[in-house]
Design a protein around this ligand. Structure first.
Ligand code: M7G
Length: 330
């Protein structure tokens, strides 16, 4: 019952539509769409596929590289989970085509109305070589990064701006994008953050809930920069993030996985909040560090993350991997 209530709440607030609107506005302002037109349809009709970067048949998700108006683009198509609230409409409005029948067993192709059969679509355009590498299937290796490796290899690499642009993060912090999607905000410059849905989540069901908290302080690149002075910030994010998610989505703290990535893709500190029951991409032990553990480690040693050897996977085409290789560290 509780689950159904949450789903109703999500739908009554119509956040799915909201996220689509935001996406539309962004695409329209960057591209050619006119007000009121079916912009997505128009944009993707001009998409020319170059290659499939990766095809996850089990997750029903495909990453495609192609051209949009002569610019490199990545399009991600993903079939979305079923929603309990839609089932009655699915059964009453869909048509069924029989595939086979044998004794008590039969299989069909069900054709549901388009609004019950949406495909979550993410467009990155223009996509850089880094994006193509990020989404391409490739071999990964576990890398060992000592304190010295961080100072002599990783930090100079980040400072040379070899990493992904943070423009989308600044747009959120300055309220130039995704403003309607903010779930919770604490505007304190030292301990404050913005909590909003990760763009991987379509907000239609809490089963795959995924939010990110982006911190207001501008000088924390990653886990490596954290010291005991950041404990108030981290505790604030954990407590207020959990409370906001409980209030908005009725998901209690003990149903949440709250963690940081190391290495992250974007070097401005952010925390991932995902539903514990959802096997979110990147939640494995090779990349995810539980926020509660991070807080405790800093409480026991203020410079824990400055000193520790950290391990993480890197893909072979990742420039940071080449840099570690050139330094003879892999
Ligand atoms: P990360 O640990 O730096 O890298 O997390 P990862 O992408 O390799 O996990 C960044 C998080 O920000 C990811 O979960 C992304 O899905 C999410 N994200 C990325 N972009 C570009 C956006 C965006 O424009 N809006 C929102 N809401 N989330 C984003």
């Amino acid at each position: 019952m509780a689950g159904i209530a949450v789903k109703r709440k999500l739908e009554s607030e119509d956040d799915g539509e909201l996220s689509l609107k935001v996406k539309k506005t962004k695409v329209m302002s960057d591209n050619v769409g006119e007000e009121g037109e079916p912009v997505c349809q128009k944009i993707l009709s001009g998409f020319k596929t170059s290659s499939v970067l990766i095809d996850y048949t089990r997750e029903k998700k495909i990453f495609i590289h192609g051209k949009l108006a002569d610019q490199d683009a990545v399009v991600i198509l993903e079939k979305t989970p079923f929603r309990e609230n839609d089932l009655a409409e699915v059964f009453s409005t869909s048509t069924l085509k029989l595939d086979m029948k044998n004794d008590i067993y039969s299989t069909y192709k069900l054709r549901a109305p388009p609004h019950l059969n949406e495909i979550k679509t993410t467009v990155v355009c223009p996509a850089t070589e880094k994006h193509l590498n990020k989404y391409k299937r490739q071999e990964s290796f576990l890398v060992e990064e000592t304190k010295t490796d961080y100072e002599s290899i990783t930090l100079p690499f980040i400072e040379k701006q070899n990493t992904f642009s943070l423009q989308w993060v600044y747009n959120i912090l300055q309220k130039k994008a995704e403003v309607e999607r903010i779930v919770y905000e604490d505007s304190d410059p030292d301990t404050g953050f913005m909590l909003l849905p990760d763009f991987k989540w379509d907000q239609k069901q809490v089963d795959d809930l995924y939010l990110i908290a982006i911190v207001h302080p501008m000088n924390i690149k990653s886990l490596r920069d954290l010291t005991a002075e950041h404990i108030p910030l981290l505790k604030n994010i954990l407590q207020k993030g959990q409370a906001a998610i409980l209030e908005r989505y009725s998901l209690p703290a003990n149903k949440l996985r709250v963690y940081l990535h190391y290495q992250p893709s974007y070097y401005h500190l952010h925390i991932h909040f995902t539903n514990l029951g959802y096997d979110a991409p990147g939640c494995g032990v090779d990349r995810a560090h539980l926020l509660s553990d991070v807080i405790q480690n800093l409480q026991s040693d203020p410079d824990y993350y400055k000193k520790r050897t950290l391990y993480f996977p890197l893909r072979v085409d990742d420039k940071l991997f080449s840099t570690f290789k050139e330094a003879g560290r892999v």
